[in-house]
Design a binder for this molecule. Structure first.
Ligand SMILES: Cc1cc2nc3c(=O)[nH]c(=O)nc-3n(C[C@H](O)[C@H](O)[C@H](O)COP(=O)(O)OP(=O)(O)OC[C@H]3O[C@@H](n4cnc5c(N)ncnc54)[C@H](O)[C@@H]3O)c2cc1C
Length: 429
């Protein structure tokens, strides 16, 4: 089994681009709180913040195994989607999708508001996103997504190969869709900005991994590496690592995925790359690659997957280089400045693990690779629900996670499925 907290091989490239910051001290000795939130990601910070708003006299404590910006929330590709992911989009259930989209948009506005209020120079812009297909399998899912956008009355623009080449500078894709409902961000800067907007009354302990949970009477105790903290309400916002603390083992798995970020490219190279200078492209196939050109003139590629653990760095770098160079053959030989990986909590049917699991023990996780905005939403709703406020029907809207078989069947199933999907979508990798 993995250890109960992330310990990545490589540092987050996004965080490395930011100025150093002084981490909050780790939790030491014995402490008490009304609520402890494990995980200072999008989910955990939204939950803690809302909890304190609704219960201003409560002692709210957040602990994180890592540092703000360095952990998982600062490792993603920076797509903050205001509408459903292509895999979740369901034209047959439009009313439900529209409600989810509207809730998600409100969560996105709260992120944008925090970024502005922080006063920090954060690269966060509503530039929209492209989705593109390089094969018949990709074209099929693109057409499914187009149907969803049409039936939902959402604006989009179709692009052929030549238009994609003009705008993005690559011939790799046969067709694409552009939708304005997405922000692109420097995610480590965004999570730092959200953190900066927490009220001082919330205590945050960094470099504080939760190692074990126990319960005596109605009190939960979280054992950390240098201390312990007891509380009557405990929130697990640590995504797939909740399983190693004994929660949701039958519903969530961890898949690792990887990103590579180039240095700033020379101006003549940038000039050859197309007319749009800040863009993001999501794959139309589930195992395909994500691409970005950042506002400061870098390219990012996110690709490759592994089950329950990280691949060797040399293998990851070679895979990411291959994916970048296939899309931009003129950049063959261009190295990355940073390469890193991160764990994604996944469920079999894509539904989040959400709600009270045992008396006083709450969880929100398993956002299946799209949890920045959705996590913000579900973290906030979790606090409201735990404090007895009425909330939208999260299970009805986002589903409930299906049961997964135990190991070794789960691993075998994952590898068989990934092999099949990778083969079907091989031209999209
Ligand atoms: C390479 C990559 C690219 C991605 N791209 C995107 C994207 O573009 N858009 C998008 O929406 N999503 C993306 N994702 C997924 C995204 O990162 C997650 O969906 C999102 O971060 C979920 O937020 P969260 O707060 O629920 O969990 P996490 O971000 O996983 O945060 C959990 C926090 O809990 C902490 N933690 C874990 N275990 C413990 C423990 N035992 N004790 C204390 N703390 C603990 C971690 O350090 C972490 O800070 C990507 C992920 C990766 C790896």
């Amino acid at each position: 089994m993995r250890q109960a907290f992330p310990n990545y091989q490589l540092k987050s490239g996004w965080n490395a681009l930011l100025p150093d910051r002084q981490a909050q001290p780790a939790l030491q000795g014995k402490q008490m709180a009304d609520v402890v939130v494990i995980g200072a990601g999008f989910t955990g910070l939204a939950c803690a913040r809302r909890w304190q708003e609704l219960a201003p006299n409560a002692r709210v404590v957040v602990i994180d195994a890592s540092e703000i910006g360095e952990g998982n929330p600062g490792r993603n590709s920076g797509f903050l989607l205001e509408i459903a992911l292509a895999e979740d989009a369901n034209p047959a259930n439009m009313q439900r999708m529209l409600t989810c989209n509207s809730l998600t948009q409100t969560a996105m506005q709260s992120i944008a508001k925090d970024v502005v209020a922080s006063g920090a120079a954060v690269d966060l812009e509503r530039v929209g996103t492209y989705r593109a297909a390089a094969s018949s399998a990709g074209l099929k899912s693109l057409s499914h997504y187009k149907q969803f956008l049409e039936e939902a009355g959402l604006p989009y623009r179709s692009l052929d190969q030549a238009q994609l080449r003009t705008e993005l500078g690559t011939d790799f894709y046969q067709a694409g869709l552009y939708s304005p409902h997405c922000y692109l961000a420097q995610p480590a800067a965004v999570i730092r900005a959200i953190y900066s907007q927490l009220p001082d009354s919330i205590s945050v302990f960094e470099n504080t991994p939760a190692l074990k949970l126990s319960k005596t009477g109605d009190q939960w105790t979280v054992t950390t590496d240098q201390g312990e903290i007891s509380c009557s309400k405990l929130v697990l916002a640590n995504n797939s690592f909740a399983r190693e603390l004994g929660v949701s083992r039958a519903r969530m798995a961890a898949v690792y995925t990887y990103a590579g970020l180039t240095p700033r490219l020379d101006q003549d190279v940038l000039d050859s790359l197309g007319s749009v200078t800040n863009w993001g492209l999501l794959p139309s196939h589930r195992l395909g690659s994500t691409l970005r050109r950042t506002a400061d003139g870098r390219l990012l590629v996110r690709s490759a997957h592994s089950y329950e653990g990280e691949l060797a760095t040399s293998k990851v770098t070679a895979l990411l280089q291959d994916r970048l160079w296939r899309r931009f053959p003129s950049l063959k030989g261009q190295d990355f400045e940073h390469v890193w990986g991160g764990a994604v909590g996944i469920t079999l049917n894509g539904a989040p693990v959400w709600g009270e699991q045992q008396p006083g023990l709450f969880i929100s996780g398993g956002c299946n690779g799209g949890g920045t905005v959705k996590g913000t939403l579900l973290g906030k709703l979790l606090a409201e629900s735990a404090l007895g406020h009425s909330v939208p029907d999260v299970t009805g809207l986002f589903g409930s996670p299906s049961w997964m078989p135990p190991e070794p069947l789960r691993r075998i199933g994952f590898h068989a499925n990934a092999a099949l999907e990778s083969w079907q979508g091989r031209q999209e990798l």
